[in-house]
Design a protein around this ligand. Structure first.
Ligand SMILES: Cc1cc2nc3c(=O)[nH]c(=O)nc-3n(C[C@H](O)[C@H](O)[C@H](O)COP(=O)(O)OP(=O)(O)OC[C@H]3O[C@@H](n4cnc5c(N)ncnc54)[C@H](O)[C@@H]3O)c2cc1C
Length: 466
């Protein structure tokens, strides 16, 4: 009956079943997801509201889905009595509001499309991540995505000024304000950022924009070790803080994976080294000598033995190559074989210490395990991903022990085990161990208040209803 009502409401373009729905049913890493009753693809907010109302009355779970690139299994169903609510037909991108400080978009818009549209108007929406060709604004809000520019411009919750949300009973909250300053009560818009589709379906968003930089200087730097990379990054922040828009790191292990499996990318420096940093400076003024600042920094690092080699990009193609080496780290490791992914953050000054101690802990548990640490140097976000020893095809049943050792270490160091990807279904057990009962109970209270019937993405973030 419910399927019939949804089919009638949404029409053939808006209600998919069978093989058409199957394409939406598994997550990016192919770890989670059962075939749902169907996939709803509403064309506007009214249809989203009517869809949620029908499901809510029928006790059918609703799983919001964006680009399905999430890494914690939150965008697919865990039961057949569920629908996936895809925002893919709601992808309109408006004209920037007067002054170019913000723009209203439908949340099915793909991130890369928002970039392209804003670039034509000399504006930027400064959220960047490896999945930007597929990830949609609703999913980025749902996970409160971070990415490579978060340390300068903030995470998704800092880039969203207003939201329109369909609540669990089908009510629409219109909070599409364009102002940064709005303290008229709780910060409701921020509550939905990172809520992983468990509190409401975000249908439209007002995104914060910035003027496009007029110049850019990018360097790839090879460093003596990870502590040297951290020291180099700290010095750069002191010397070029307001111009720094990218500060990423990876190691020679990850570089090896990329060059072995994606050889076309190539390595643009003469010397291999234990660690690499990718630096990007940008400015909206042409008068700032960005290249000279970077050259000074390279000299400073070489004089102290931190920097082994380095190059400043001479063209956009050169720059793209530098970024590819960093962005293809996950793909290089995926092509290497089995892997365990971790999304950890520690205070930025302690990255090297974390990787050193963490690698030793992992080696004790599984001799020969390969620790591929890469990520966002400026905000301490480390994707500390493991590959089994060369020749091994899996982790010999040690998956949880290895993960828990790293998570316990990050927690002891004052960090997080879910820095930018969320909890989803994958990390609920970790939350039970590593987050206090008080914190978890606060979250359950919020869920119960906004979605008493647990219609929206049940099982995600909070876990099964007690
Ligand atoms: C190669 C690669 C690189 C990545 N790099 C990064 C990175 O650097 N930083 C980072 O933060 N993440 C990264 N990710 C993870 C992923 O891209 C982000 O989590 C992204 O925000 C997910 O967007 P999506 O549209 O694919 O969302 P989905 O995977 O479809 O959904 C993610 C969550 O949002 C919810 N959701 C989706 N749409 C809505 C909506 N309209 N309203 C309410 N809830 C909704 C879903 O229910 C789910 O809980 C990467 C992923 C890949 C594959």
């Amino acid at each position: 009956m419910t399927a019939q009502a949804l089919s009638q409401l949404l029409g053939p373009l808006g209600w998919l079943t069978g093989p058409d729905a199957a394409a939406h049913s598994r997550d990016w890493l192919d770890r989670f997801g059962v075939p749902p009753l169907g996939v709803a693809r509403p064309k506007d907010t009214d249809e989203v509201a009517a869809t949620v109302r029908i499901c809510s009355e029928a006790g059918l779970a609703v799983v919001p889905q964006g680009g399905n690139t999430g890494l914690c299994g939150a965008s697919v169903a865990d039961r057949e009595e569920a629908i996936i609510l895809s925002l893919s037909r709601m992808s309109a991108i408006g004209e920037p509001h007067s002054g170019g400080g913000s723009v209203t978009v439908e949340t099915g818009a793909i991130l890369a499309s928002v970039h392209e549209e804003m670039a034509r108007r000399d504006l930027i929406f400064p959220m960047h991540l490896g999945a930007e060709g597929s990830a949609r604004i609703g999913g980025l809000i749902g996970t409160n995505a971070g990415g490579s520019h978060a340390f300068r411009y903030g995470m998704m919750c800092d880039l969203v000024l207003g939201l329109e949300v369909v609540l669990a009973d089908g009510t629409v909250w219109n909070g599409l304000r364009e102002v940064q300053k709005d303290n008229a009560g709780y910060q409701l818009r921020k509550l939905f950022c990172g809520s992983e589709g468990t509190l409401g379906v975000v249908t439209r968003a007002v995104l914060r924009l910035h003027p496009a930089p007029k110049q850019r200087s990018t360097a790839l730097v090879a460093l003596a070790d990870l502590p040297a990379a951290v020291a180099f990054g700290n010095h750069l922040r002191g010397e070029a803080s307001e111009f720094l828009s990218g500060l990423e790191f990876f190691t020679d292990i990850g570089l090896g994976f990329v060059l072995r499996h994606l050889p076309d990318i190539g390595f643009p420096l003469e010397t291999r080294a234990p660690a690499y940093v990718l630096v990007e400076l940008t400015s909206s003024s042409r008068r700032v000598p960005l290249d000279a600042i970077l050259e000074d920094e390279l000299t400073w690092g070489m004089e102290r033995g931190f920097v082994v080699d380095g190059a400043i990009a001479m063209s956009q193609a050169h720059r793209d190559k530098f970024w590819k080496l960093r962005e293809e780290q996950p793909e290089g490791q995926r092509l290497e074989g089995a892997q365990l992914k971790h999304d950890i953050s520690v205070p930025p000054g302690r990255i090297a210490e974390f990787v050193d101690v963490g690698s030793n802990l992992c080696a004790e548990l599984m001799p020969g395990v390969r620790v591929n640490a890469f990520g966002h140097l400026a905000d301490g976000n480390i994707h500390c991903n493991l590959s089994p020893p060369p020749g091994a095809t899996d982790f010999s049943g040690m998956n949880s022990e290895l993960g828990r050792a790293l998570v316990a270490l990050a927690t002891d160091m004052g960090g997080s085990f879910a820095a930018e990807h969320g909890l989803g279904r994958a990390k609920i057990a970790l939350a039970k161990t590593f987050r206090s009962a008080v914190e978890r109970s606060l979250m359950s209270s919020v869920k119960d208040a906004l979605d008493p019937g647990h219609v929206l993405n049940p099982g995600v973030l909070i876990g099964p209803r007690q």
